[in-house]
Design a protein around this ligand. Structure first.
Ligand SMILES: [Zn+2]
Length: 369
Protein backbone atom coordinates (compact mmCIF):
# COMPACT_ATOMS: atom_id res chain seq x y z
CA UNK A 1 0.00 0.00 0.00
CA UNK A 2 3.01 2.26 -0.40
CA UNK A 3 1.69 3.91 -3.54
CA UNK A 4 -1.53 4.80 -1.70
CA UNK A 5 0.44 6.45 1.11
CA UNK A 6 2.57 8.42 -1.37
CA UNK A 7 -0.52 9.48 -3.29
CA UNK A 8 -2.40 10.54 -0.13
CA UNK A 9 0.63 12.51 1.03
CA UNK A 10 0.80 14.26 -2.31
CA UNK A 11 -2.92 15.02 -2.17
CA UNK A 12 -2.65 16.35 1.38
CA UNK A 13 0.36 18.49 0.68
CA UNK A 14 -1.35 21.54 -0.86
CA UNK A 15 -4.82 22.64 -1.89
CA UNK A 16 -3.40 23.22 -5.40
CA UNK A 17 -2.63 19.48 -5.75
CA UNK A 18 -6.22 18.64 -4.87
CA UNK A 19 -7.65 21.10 -7.38
CA UNK A 20 -5.38 19.67 -10.11
CA UNK A 21 -6.51 16.16 -9.23
CA UNK A 22 -10.20 16.99 -9.08
CA UNK A 23 -10.04 18.87 -12.41
CA UNK A 24 -8.38 15.87 -14.08
CA UNK A 25 -11.10 13.56 -12.74
CA UNK A 26 -13.85 15.90 -13.86
CA UNK A 27 -12.42 16.08 -17.40
CA UNK A 28 -12.11 12.30 -17.56
CA UNK A 29 -15.72 12.00 -16.44
CA UNK A 30 -16.87 14.42 -19.18
CA UNK A 31 -14.87 12.56 -21.81
CA UNK A 32 -16.30 9.22 -20.70
CA UNK A 33 -19.81 10.63 -20.81
CA UNK A 34 -19.32 11.97 -24.35
CA UNK A 35 -17.83 8.72 -25.67
CA UNK A 36 -20.55 6.60 -24.11
CA UNK A 37 -23.32 8.70 -25.63
CA UNK A 38 -21.63 8.55 -29.01
CA UNK A 39 -21.35 4.76 -29.01
CA UNK A 40 -24.49 3.74 -27.15
CA UNK A 41 -27.13 6.47 -27.57
CA UNK A 42 -29.89 4.24 -26.24
CA UNK A 43 -27.98 2.59 -23.42
CA UNK A 44 -26.61 -0.89 -23.26
CA UNK A 45 -28.16 -4.20 -22.35
CA UNK A 46 -26.10 -6.20 -19.92
CA UNK A 47 -24.81 -9.67 -20.90
CA UNK A 48 -27.42 -11.63 -18.95
CA UNK A 49 -30.13 -9.41 -20.53
CA UNK A 50 -31.94 -8.96 -17.26
CA UNK A 51 -30.82 -5.49 -16.16
CA UNK A 52 -30.41 -2.39 -18.24
CA UNK A 53 -27.48 -0.22 -17.51
CA UNK A 54 -28.39 3.38 -17.96
CA UNK A 55 -25.46 5.18 -19.52
CA UNK A 56 -26.68 8.64 -18.63
CA UNK A 57 -27.12 7.69 -15.00
CA UNK A 58 -23.71 5.97 -14.94
CA UNK A 59 -21.89 8.99 -16.31
CA UNK A 60 -23.58 11.26 -13.82
CA UNK A 61 -22.53 8.88 -11.06
CA UNK A 62 -18.88 9.11 -12.17
CA UNK A 63 -19.01 12.89 -12.10
CA UNK A 64 -20.66 12.96 -8.72
CA UNK A 65 -18.01 10.61 -7.33
CA UNK A 66 -15.32 12.96 -8.60
CA UNK A 67 -16.97 15.88 -6.86
CA UNK A 68 -17.37 13.90 -3.64
CA UNK A 69 -13.71 12.83 -3.71
CA UNK A 70 -12.68 16.44 -4.19
CA UNK A 71 -14.82 17.62 -1.27
CA UNK A 72 -13.49 14.77 0.89
CA UNK A 73 -9.91 15.70 0.06
CA UNK A 74 -10.68 19.28 1.16
CA UNK A 75 -11.59 18.02 4.62
CA UNK A 76 -8.06 16.57 5.08
CA UNK A 77 -5.85 19.29 6.58
CA UNK A 78 -3.25 20.53 4.11
CA UNK A 79 0.33 20.60 5.24
CA UNK A 80 3.71 21.25 3.82
CA UNK A 81 6.06 20.46 6.65
CA UNK A 82 9.84 20.53 6.70
CA UNK A 83 11.72 19.15 9.69
CA UNK A 84 15.44 19.27 10.37
CA UNK A 85 17.14 17.68 13.36
CA UNK A 86 20.64 18.28 14.66
CA UNK A 87 22.59 16.09 15.13
CA UNK A 88 21.12 13.23 13.06
CA UNK A 89 23.00 10.55 14.98
CA UNK A 90 23.16 10.79 18.75
CA UNK A 91 23.91 8.85 21.89
CA UNK A 92 21.99 8.46 25.16
CA UNK A 93 22.41 11.66 27.18
CA UNK A 94 22.85 13.91 24.13
CA UNK A 95 20.83 17.05 23.44
CA UNK A 96 19.12 17.51 20.09
CA UNK A 97 17.49 20.48 18.44
CA UNK A 98 14.71 20.52 15.89
CA UNK A 99 13.51 23.21 13.46
CA UNK A 100 10.15 22.94 11.72
CA UNK A 101 8.83 25.01 8.84
CA UNK A 102 5.10 25.09 8.14
CA UNK A 103 3.74 23.60 11.39
CA UNK A 104 0.43 25.14 12.40
CA UNK A 105 -2.25 24.66 15.00
CA UNK A 106 -2.62 24.62 18.75
CA UNK A 107 -0.52 22.55 21.15
CA UNK A 108 2.49 22.05 18.87
CA UNK A 109 4.98 19.59 20.36
CA UNK A 110 8.00 17.56 19.28
CA UNK A 111 8.21 14.01 20.61
CA UNK A 112 11.11 11.60 20.65
CA UNK A 113 9.93 8.01 20.34
CA UNK A 114 11.14 4.49 19.63
CA UNK A 115 9.15 1.40 18.70
CA UNK A 116 10.35 -0.46 21.82
CA UNK A 117 10.30 2.31 24.44
CA UNK A 118 7.46 4.52 23.22
CA UNK A 119 7.65 8.27 23.83
CA UNK A 120 10.83 9.06 25.77
CA UNK A 121 10.85 12.85 25.45
CA UNK A 122 8.48 15.67 24.68
CA UNK A 123 9.00 19.42 24.27
CA UNK A 124 6.81 22.33 23.28
CA UNK A 125 7.66 24.08 19.98
CA UNK A 126 8.63 27.74 20.31
CA UNK A 127 8.83 30.45 17.65
CA UNK A 128 12.03 31.42 15.92
CA UNK A 129 11.06 34.00 13.36
CA UNK A 130 14.06 35.16 11.40
CA UNK A 131 13.64 37.88 8.80
CA UNK A 132 14.67 35.57 5.93
CA UNK A 133 11.64 33.35 6.48
CA UNK A 134 9.14 36.17 6.93
CA UNK A 135 6.97 35.28 3.87
CA UNK A 136 4.27 33.58 5.88
CA UNK A 137 6.37 30.51 6.64
CA UNK A 138 6.76 30.39 10.40
CA UNK A 139 9.79 28.50 11.66
CA UNK A 140 9.43 26.84 15.02
CA UNK A 141 11.95 24.92 17.07
CA UNK A 142 12.21 22.53 19.98
CA UNK A 143 15.04 21.30 22.18
CA UNK A 144 14.97 17.72 23.37
CA UNK A 145 17.25 15.19 25.01
CA UNK A 146 17.91 11.49 24.46
CA UNK A 147 17.60 9.93 27.94
CA UNK A 148 20.58 7.97 29.31
CA UNK A 149 18.33 4.89 29.38
CA UNK A 150 17.60 5.03 25.66
CA UNK A 151 18.32 1.86 23.65
CA UNK A 152 20.40 2.03 20.47
CA UNK A 153 18.60 1.86 17.12
CA UNK A 154 16.26 4.03 15.10
CA UNK A 155 14.10 6.60 16.81
CA UNK A 156 11.63 9.09 15.36
CA UNK A 157 11.00 12.76 15.98
CA UNK A 158 7.27 13.34 15.69
CA UNK A 159 5.76 16.78 15.24
CA UNK A 160 2.20 16.89 16.55
CA UNK A 161 -0.56 19.38 17.24
CA UNK A 162 -3.86 18.93 19.11
CA UNK A 163 -5.28 17.04 16.13
CA UNK A 164 -2.41 14.56 15.84
CA UNK A 165 0.68 13.81 13.81
CA UNK A 166 1.87 16.42 11.31
CA UNK A 167 5.13 14.80 10.26
CA UNK A 168 8.08 12.77 11.43
CA UNK A 169 11.76 12.14 10.74
CA UNK A 170 14.13 9.36 11.79
CA UNK A 171 17.22 9.73 13.98
CA UNK A 172 19.83 7.12 14.86
CA UNK A 173 20.65 6.38 18.49
CA UNK A 174 24.11 4.88 18.96
CA UNK A 175 25.27 2.50 21.67
CA UNK A 176 26.79 4.00 24.83
CA UNK A 177 28.31 2.38 27.91
CA UNK A 178 28.08 3.84 31.40
CA UNK A 179 30.19 3.35 34.51
CA UNK A 180 28.87 1.38 37.48
CA UNK A 181 29.73 2.48 41.04
CA UNK A 182 28.84 1.69 44.61
CA UNK A 183 28.46 4.53 47.13
CA UNK A 184 28.51 3.84 50.86
CA UNK A 185 26.33 6.21 52.88
CA UNK A 186 26.81 7.11 56.52
CA UNK A 187 23.85 7.59 58.88
CA UNK A 188 23.20 11.23 57.91
CA UNK A 189 23.30 10.51 54.16
CA UNK A 190 21.27 7.31 54.58
CA UNK A 191 18.53 9.36 56.22
CA UNK A 192 18.56 12.00 53.47
CA UNK A 193 18.46 9.26 50.83
CA UNK A 194 16.00 6.76 52.29
CA UNK A 195 13.66 8.47 54.77
CA UNK A 196 10.80 10.22 52.95
CA UNK A 197 9.60 13.59 54.26
CA UNK A 198 6.87 15.99 53.28
CA UNK A 199 9.47 18.73 52.82
CA UNK A 200 11.51 16.61 50.40
CA UNK A 201 8.41 15.78 48.37
CA UNK A 202 7.39 19.45 48.25
CA UNK A 203 10.90 20.47 47.23
CA UNK A 204 10.91 17.85 44.44
CA UNK A 205 7.54 19.07 43.16
CA UNK A 206 8.67 22.69 43.28
CA UNK A 207 11.85 21.90 41.29
CA UNK A 208 9.89 19.84 38.78
CA UNK A 209 7.45 22.72 38.24
CA UNK A 210 10.42 24.91 37.29
CA UNK A 211 12.15 22.37 35.05
CA UNK A 212 8.97 21.52 33.14
CA UNK A 213 8.55 25.17 32.08
CA UNK A 214 9.38 26.20 28.51
CA UNK A 215 9.71 29.99 28.42
CA UNK A 216 10.55 31.57 25.06
CA UNK A 217 13.75 33.06 26.52
CA UNK A 218 17.07 32.90 24.69
CA UNK A 219 20.18 33.66 26.69
CA UNK A 220 22.74 31.07 25.51
CA UNK A 221 21.83 30.77 21.83
CA UNK A 222 24.63 29.45 19.60
CA UNK A 223 26.94 29.21 22.61
CA UNK A 224 28.57 26.13 24.15
CA UNK A 225 28.59 25.85 27.94
CA UNK A 226 31.77 26.41 29.92
CA UNK A 227 32.90 24.44 32.99
CA UNK A 228 31.33 25.70 36.25
CA UNK A 229 34.66 25.36 38.13
CA UNK A 230 38.28 25.88 37.07
CA UNK A 231 39.17 22.27 37.94
CA UNK A 232 38.67 19.35 35.53
CA UNK A 233 38.86 16.72 38.28
CA UNK A 234 35.70 14.68 38.13
CA UNK A 235 34.76 12.11 40.75
CA UNK A 236 31.57 10.93 39.00
CA UNK A 237 30.29 11.16 35.46
CA UNK A 238 26.94 11.55 33.79
CA UNK A 239 24.86 8.39 33.63
CA UNK A 240 26.87 6.40 36.19
CA UNK A 241 24.78 3.46 37.33
CA UNK A 242 24.89 3.81 41.10
CA UNK A 243 24.16 1.54 44.01
CA UNK A 244 23.67 3.39 47.32
CA UNK A 245 24.47 1.19 50.35
CA UNK A 246 22.74 2.35 53.55
CA UNK A 247 24.58 2.53 56.87
CA UNK A 248 22.23 0.06 58.58
CA UNK A 249 22.04 -2.37 55.63
CA UNK A 250 19.89 -2.24 52.53
CA UNK A 251 20.47 -0.36 49.32
CA UNK A 252 18.86 1.27 46.32
CA UNK A 253 19.93 2.17 42.81
CA UNK A 254 19.97 5.39 40.82
CA UNK A 255 21.42 6.87 37.67
CA UNK A 256 23.73 9.83 38.23
CA UNK A 257 22.03 12.84 36.67
CA UNK A 258 25.08 15.11 36.31
CA UNK A 259 28.84 15.44 36.68
CA UNK A 260 30.62 15.67 40.06
CA UNK A 261 33.69 17.89 40.32
CA UNK A 262 35.84 16.91 43.27
CA UNK A 263 36.77 20.38 44.51
CA UNK A 264 37.43 21.62 48.07
CA UNK A 265 34.78 23.58 49.96
CA UNK A 266 34.98 27.28 49.06
CA UNK A 267 35.86 26.78 45.37
CA UNK A 268 34.22 29.50 43.22
CA UNK A 269 31.29 28.19 41.13
CA UNK A 270 30.45 29.99 37.88
CA UNK A 271 27.41 30.03 35.60
CA UNK A 272 28.11 27.76 32.60
CA UNK A 273 26.26 30.12 30.22
CA UNK A 274 24.26 33.35 30.36
CA UNK A 275 20.84 32.99 31.94
CA UNK A 276 18.33 33.85 34.63
CA UNK A 277 18.45 32.43 38.16
CA UNK A 278 15.13 30.59 38.68
CA UNK A 279 15.94 28.88 41.98
CA UNK A 280 18.35 29.81 44.76
CA UNK A 281 17.48 27.98 47.98
CA UNK A 282 18.37 25.29 50.50
CA UNK A 283 16.91 21.87 49.62
CA UNK A 284 17.11 18.85 51.94
CA UNK A 285 18.47 16.42 49.36
CA UNK A 286 20.74 18.73 47.36
CA UNK A 287 21.72 21.31 50.02
CA UNK A 288 22.37 24.89 48.97
CA UNK A 289 21.15 24.80 45.35
CA UNK A 290 21.03 27.12 42.34
CA UNK A 291 19.15 26.62 39.05
CA UNK A 292 19.76 28.84 35.99
CA UNK A 293 17.54 29.01 32.88
CA UNK A 294 19.39 29.38 29.54
CA UNK A 295 17.05 28.51 26.68
CA UNK A 296 13.41 27.41 26.34
CA UNK A 297 13.28 24.36 28.63
CA UNK A 298 17.09 24.29 29.20
CA UNK A 299 18.39 24.61 32.77
CA UNK A 300 21.70 24.12 34.60
CA UNK A 301 21.75 23.03 38.26
CA UNK A 302 24.43 23.49 40.93
CA UNK A 303 24.17 21.44 44.14
CA UNK A 304 25.80 21.03 47.59
CA UNK A 305 27.14 24.64 47.68
CA UNK A 306 28.51 26.18 50.86
CA UNK A 307 27.44 29.66 49.80
CA UNK A 308 24.96 31.18 47.36
CA UNK A 309 25.75 34.64 45.91
CA UNK A 310 22.75 35.10 43.60
CA UNK A 311 19.05 35.51 44.24
CA UNK A 312 16.10 34.24 42.19
CA UNK A 313 15.35 36.53 39.26
CA UNK A 314 18.96 37.69 38.85
CA UNK A 315 20.56 37.62 35.40
CA UNK A 316 23.98 36.02 35.13
CA UNK A 317 26.63 36.05 32.42
CA UNK A 318 28.70 33.07 31.29
CA UNK A 319 31.41 32.69 33.91
CA UNK A 320 29.51 34.90 36.36
CA UNK A 321 30.00 33.95 40.01
CA UNK A 322 27.12 31.95 41.53
CA UNK A 323 28.60 30.97 44.89
CA UNK A 324 31.07 28.53 46.43
CA UNK A 325 31.18 24.73 46.45
CA UNK A 326 30.64 22.65 49.58
CA UNK A 327 29.04 19.42 50.80
CA UNK A 328 25.54 20.43 51.95
CA UNK A 329 22.69 17.96 51.41
CA UNK A 330 23.45 14.37 50.38
CA UNK A 331 27.24 14.36 49.88
CA UNK A 332 29.99 11.97 50.95
CA UNK A 333 32.66 14.67 50.52
CA UNK A 334 33.10 18.23 49.20
CA UNK A 335 32.17 18.42 45.51
CA UNK A 336 30.09 20.33 43.01
CA UNK A 337 27.27 18.39 41.43
CA UNK A 338 26.57 20.04 38.05
CA UNK A 339 23.55 19.02 36.04
CA UNK A 340 21.92 20.13 32.76
CA UNK A 341 18.23 19.50 32.10
CA UNK A 342 16.41 19.77 28.80
CA UNK A 343 12.61 19.42 28.67
CA UNK A 344 12.86 17.86 32.13
CA UNK A 345 15.40 15.23 31.05
CA UNK A 346 19.04 14.98 32.22
CA UNK A 347 21.70 15.41 29.56
CA UNK A 348 25.44 14.93 29.69
CA UNK A 349 26.94 18.30 30.74
CA UNK A 350 30.27 17.33 29.13
CA UNK A 351 28.52 17.13 25.73
CA UNK A 352 27.10 20.64 26.28
CA UNK A 353 30.66 21.93 26.74
CA UNK A 354 31.71 20.55 23.34
CA UNK A 355 28.91 22.01 21.20
CA UNK A 356 26.11 24.57 21.54
CA UNK A 357 22.81 22.95 22.57
CA UNK A 358 20.85 25.22 20.26
CA UNK A 359 22.47 26.71 17.16
CA UNK A 360 19.75 28.66 15.37
CA UNK A 361 21.90 29.72 12.39
CA UNK A 362 22.94 26.15 11.60
CA UNK A 363 19.37 24.90 11.94
CA UNK A 364 18.08 27.57 9.54
CA UNK A 365 20.90 26.81 7.13
CA UNK A 366 19.84 23.15 7.12
CA UNK A 367 16.23 24.20 6.44
CA UNK A 368 17.37 26.27 3.46
CA UNK A 369 19.56 23.50 1.97
ZN1 LIG B 1 26.44 14.28 41.69
Amino acid sequence: MNWLKTWLNWLKKTAYNRIVYATALWRRGLRLQASLFKNFPRGVVSRDRRSLFNIKKGARLIQRSCLLLFLLSLSIPAYSLRIVVMPDTLKPGYPLSIAVEGANGQGLVAKLATAAQGIVGEARLFDIQPREFAQGNLVKAAILAAPSTMKSGTATIRIENDHGLLGEVAVTIMERDFVSEVIFLDERNTEIRSVPSRKKTEEAQWLWAILARTDDSFYAEGMSFSRPVASTRRTSFFGDRRVYRYSGGGSDTAIHAGVDYGVPTGTPVYACAPGRVVLSAFREATGESIVVEHLPGVYSLYYHLSRRDVEEGAFVTRGGMLGESGMTGLATGPHLHWEVRIAGENVDPDVCILKPIFDKDSLLQRLRD
